[in-house]
Design a binder for this molecule. Structure first.
Ligand SMILES: [Zn+2]
Length: 71
């Protein structure tokens, strides 16, 4: 699993529910703005984004639910 989290600039932002929607295989998915991983469920994208903004590592317990990276 590749993770390209760049959290340093976002570490002080505590925004919640800022996940982006993205169309993938004609279905609506959600992605974490920080590490660009796509999730089927908004809840995981939110968890990922929250984690990414406050930690310098990716949480495998979250990223294992991701589908792929946004190009
Ligand atoms: Zn993330």
């Amino acid at each position: 699993m590749v993770c390209i989290a760049e959290i340093n600039n976002n570490i002080n932002k505590k925004s919640i529910g800022m996940v982006k929607e993205v169309k993938y295989n004609n279905k609506k998915h959600f992605y974490c703005e920080v590490c660009k991983l796509i999730y089927k469920d908004r809840i995981w994208a939110e968890k990922c984004e929250k984690w990414c903004k406050h930690n310098s590592t990716c949480n495998l317990e979250i990223t294992k639910y991701s589908i792929k990276l946004v190009r």
